[in-house]
Write a protein that binds this ligand. Structure first.
Ligand code: SAM
Ligand code: SF4
Length: 330
C-alpha cells in the first residue's frame, strides 16, 4: 500500500454520462462527512502503514469548502511525498493559486471533449469555458506536471484523440486516455461503447507516424507512450488490460469507508473507530490487519464475466451510495 485516494465530497457540479447519468441521487448524510481533522488523522494511519502518495478526489473536490486548508494540513506532513488533486476543472480558476500556496504538488484535470456542445451533452453543463480557464489558471499558478484525463467513449468523443493531445501539447500537460469502465454508477455502460487501448494507439499512431511504448516499471495505472516529436501520453486500460497485480491503492470515501478496490462491494468503516477515540497506534494496527488480508482483483475478475449487463444494477445503487463511482472517487 503506497497510494491513498481521499474523496472529500460525494457532491458534483457536473453530471457526466459515464459517471452520474441518473436524474436523482442519494447523498451521504452530512453528519457522516469527515472533518479535515478527521481526514488528517486517518491519513496519518495510512502513512504510518507505508502510504507516500495522496490524491484528493470526489465527487468534485473543489466543491468542498476551504479545500486549501486541508491541502495545507496534508502538505505539512513529511511522510507524504506526492500530493495531487483530481478535478473537473470547473472551479479551478478560483482556487489554483490558493492550492499552489497551500502546497499542492500536482493537478489532474478531467476533460473529455473540446467541443462546447458535446461538453454540454456529456456533462449536462455549460461550463466548458470555465474548465479551459481552469487549466490555464493552473499553468499560470505555476503547476507543472499537469495531466489531462479523458474517458474515451465510442460514438461520443473517439474522434477527438488528436485534438486532446494537441491541447495537452499547448498547455504542457500529459494527456491520458481512459477506457470506459463499467464501475458502479456507469449505468449507460456497454461493451460496444468501450474504445480499447489497441484502437486508441492505432488512431494516434496513424496520425503521428508511430507510437513508441515507454518501458517503465511502476504501479501507476497509465502505460506511457512517446510520439516521434517527443510528446508523451498515457493510456489507462482498466477495462481490456487490468493492472490489479501492481495496484497499491487504498480509497477512502468522504464518510470514512475504506475500500480495498474500486470494484469492492463493501469496505471497512474507519469513521466509527475514529469517532470512538481510537489511538494512532490502534488505527495503524487496524489498517495493517485489513490490508494484510487483501485479495481484491476486481477489474481482472470483471474481465472474465458476462458483460452484457452493467456491474451494479440501478436498484442496488439506489440503496447504497457507496457503490457509486462519484462516491468512490475514481
Ligand atoms: N470530479 C472529479 C473529476 O471528474 O476529475 C474527480 C472525481 S471523478 C469520479 C475521477 C475520474 O473518474 C475522472 O477522471 C472521471 O473521468 C473518471 N471516471 C468516472 N466514471 C468513469 C467510468 N465509467 N469509466 C472511466 N473513468 C471514469
Ligand atoms: Fe464527472 Fe467527476 Fe462529477 Fe463524476 S465526479 S460526474 S466524473 S465531474
Amino acid at each position: 500500500m503506497r497510494s491513498l485516494r481521499i474523496s472529500v465530497t460525494d457532491r458534483c457540479n457536473l453530471r457526466c454520462q459515464y459517471c452520474m447519468p441518473e436524474p436523482e441521487y442519494i447523498w451521504l448524510p452530512r453528519e457522516n462527512i469527515l472533518t479535515f481533522e478527521e481526514i488528517a488523522a486517518l491519513t496519518d494511519g495510512f502513512t504510518d502503514e507505508g502510504v507516500t502518495r495522496i490524491r484528493i478526489t470526489g465527487g468534485e473536490p473543489l466543491l468542498r469548502r476551504d479545500l486549501p486548508v486541508l491541502v495545507a494540513s496534508l502538505a505539512s506532513r513529511s511522510a507524504i511525498e506526492d500530493l495531487a488533486l483530481t478535478t473537473n476543472g470547473v472551479l479551478l480558476k478560483a482556487y489554483a493559486s490558493a492550492l499552489r500556496r497551500a502546497g499542492l504538488h500536482r493537478i489532474t484535470i478531467s476533460l473529455d471533449t473540446l467541443k462546447r456542445e458535446r461538453f454540454r451533452a456529456l456533462t449536462g453543463s455549460s461550463d466548458f469555458d470555465a474548465v479551459l480557464a481552469g487549466i490555464h489558471a493552473a499553468v499560470d499558478a505555476g503547476f507543472t506536471g499537469l495531466k489531462l484525463d479523458s474517458v474515451v467513449i465510442r460514438g461520443t468523443n473517439e474522434d477527438e484523440l488528436i485534438d486532446l493531445l494537441e491541447l495537452g501539447r499547448t498547455v504542457n500537460a500529459e494527456v491520458r486516455f481512459i477506457e470506459y469502465m463499467d464501475v458502479g454508477g456507469a449505468t449507460r455502460w456497454s461493451p460496444a461503447a468501450v474504445v480499447p487501448r489497441a484502437e486508441i494507439l492505432e488512431t494516434i499512431g496513424r496520425h503521428y507516424g508511430g507510437v513508441i511504448p515507454l518501458d517503465e516499471r511502476s504501479s501507476a495505472p497509465a502505460e506511457r507512450f512517446l510520439l516521434p516529436d517527443g510528446t508523451t501520453f498515457g493510456i489507462i486500460a482498466s477495462t481490456t488490460a487490468p493492472f490489479c497485480a501492481t495496484c497499491d491503492r487504498a480509497r477512502l470515501t468522504a464518510d470514512g469507508i475504506w475500500l480495498l478496490c474500486l470494484y469492492a462491494s463493501a469496505g471497512t468503516d474507519l469513521r466509527r473507530p475514529l469517532r470512538a477515540g481510537v489511538t494512532r497506534q490502534e488505527l495503524r494496527q487496524l489498517i495493517h490487519a485489513v490490508w494484510a488480508l487483501r485479495a481484491d482483483r476486481g477489474a481482472e475478475e470483471r474481465l472474465g464475466m458476462d458483460r452484457q449487463t452493467t456491474l451494479v444494477p440501478l436498484r442496488a445503487l439506489k440503496k447504497d451510495a457507496h457503490l457509486e463511482m462519484h462516491t468512490r472517487g475514481g
